[in-house]
Design a protein around this ligand. Structure first.
Ligand code: ADP
Length: 419
């Protein structure tokens, strides 16, 4: 049975049929030669990162990169045509041994300015010059940025929900821990300043908030650097903020924290469509937002509002997560309690990527209450394989969507100004 999507595995398999260029890796294929570095694939889009062997300090040979991108492009498109798989956009990024991008090639149907990686006719087209950036393919109405980037932070992903109690904080925590387990440097900001959950969910009870050179030192737990207002106020005292105070608190947590170098900063937003979200969108360059939803119709309606709000603010929705999708009983059967698939259908209706579903899982709740999310990723402490597999899939899909969002914005993070 041929696969029906342009997946990471599919592209990898095709690239095992493409020969490495002449030189130290001659006679091998792109995968065994170690030339293939990384693939991000989703919804007919694929971005393939390659690195050619370098001789000493000599720069990689552009002709070889042009040729190789053409060969790989032809092989992937031919295999996909044979297997009836749609290819909307295929990009090749060459990096040097330090990971710096030295060359890009590739083209999607919506990108008339970009040069193709290799035509079906077999000719190599004129490709962008070494180091040249492609024209960003940004949504036309996205306002120009005055929002600030956080120095050293590469991607900022906000996690929101239409209403409380759907598992937004749980998803934010597990995405952050999952991204860290996948090898990224990750920060986690508890932006839910009215009802911070991170002190409990990350087990911060015995942690003191340290300050150094006037900046908050994040708590290093479960592989992530976390900051929460919950460690700056009395635990059971209600947090009653007037609008400007709430904005100030959010801003200070964000900008007055010594995050250091981060691949991802995950922000757990307050539920709903309130003004903290506006503040965030105005003040930070976001890569995009994730919307968490349970399957029921009433939850969907709120999630649609949240997704529309992000879009109105010019923030790309990276995808929808269906939490509490189904329940796995002791008999191993899956019980559909809330109407499994409802959030997925909603995502499809809105034309948004679906990042995956998380089952109702007693261990997840227990691990949240005991502040040990790492256990959600280990079969023995997650009540079986379902939860680790579901979370792993979410993390991978988010990585893909983030990579695609960066591609669509020409490598720049989207941002916005509101007046
Ligand atoms: P929100 O941030 O949307 O208010 P939380 O993440 O705080 O929601 O989750 C609310 C409660 O539901 C928490 O006790 C959490 O442990 C639990 N919970 C969330 N998702 C699941 C799940 N998939 N399975 C079991 N319990 C869950």
């Amino acid at each position: 049975m041929p696969e029906q999507t342009l997946s990471k595995d599919y592209v990898t398999r095709v690239l095992t049929t493409v020969d490495a260029p002449d030189g130290p890796t001659a006679g091998q294929d792109l995968v065994t030669a170690g030339i293939l570095q990384w693939i991000s694939a989703c919804d007919g889009y694929a971005s393939v990162r390659l690195s050619l062997p370098e001789a000493g300090d000599a720069p990689a040979d552009q002709t070889a990169m042009v040729h190789l991108a053409g060969e790989a492009d032809r092989a992937i498109r031919a295999a996909a045509r044979r297997d009836g798989i749609a290819v909307n956009d295929l990009r090749f990024i060459f990096v040097d041994h330090s990971g710096n991008i030295v060359f890009r090639a590739g083209k999607g149907p919506d990108d008339p300015d970009a040069a193709p990686a290799g035509a079906e006719s077999g000719q190599d087209h004129a490709l962008p010059q070494r180091g040249a950036q492609q024209q960003p393919n940004r949504p036309p109405d996205r306002p120009q940025a005055t929002a600030n980037a956080l120095p050293g932070v590469k991607k900022i992903v906000a996690v929101g929900a239409g209403k409380g109690g759907v598992g937004k904080s749980s998803v934010a925590v597990n995405l952050a821990v999952g991204l860290a387990r996948a090898g990224h440097a990750v920060g986690l900001l508890d932006g839910d300043i009215y009802g911070p959950s991170l002190p409990t969910m990350l087990g911060l009870d015995s942690h003191e908030q340290a300050v150094m050179d006037g900046k908050l030192v994040p708590h290093a737990v479960h592989g992530v650097k976390a900051v929460t207002i919950g460690k700056l106020v009395e635990p059971e005292k209600p947090l009653i903020w007037r609008g400007p105070m709430a904005h100030g608190a959010f801003q200070q947590l964000t900008t007055r924290t010594a995050w250091g170098e981060l691949d991802y900063l995950v922000i757990d937003l307050p539920p709903g469509t309130g003004d903290i979200v506006l503040t965030m969108a105005q003040s930070l360059q976001l890569t995009g937002a994730v919307v968490v939803c349970t399957p029921q119709k009433v939850a969907q309606d709120d999630a649609v509002r949240a997704a529309r709000m992000f879009q109105q603010l010019g923030v790309e929705v990276l995808g929808v997560v269906e939490n509490m999708s189904y329940f796995v009983g002791d008999d191993g059967k899956e019980y559909d309690i809330f109407g499994r698939g409802g959030a997925e259908a909603m995502a499809q209706r809105l034309g948004l990527p679906f990042l995956g579903s998380v089952p109702i899982n007693t261990s997840l709740r227990e691990n949240s209450d005991t502040g040990d999310p790492t256990r959600n990723f280990e079969e023995a402490t997650a009540g079986g394989a379902q939860l680790p597999v579901a979370l792993g899939r979410l993390v991978q899909n988010l990585e893909s969507q983030v990579a695609l969002a960066s591609l669509r914005s020409g490598g720049r993070t989207p941002s916005l100004t509101i007046s």
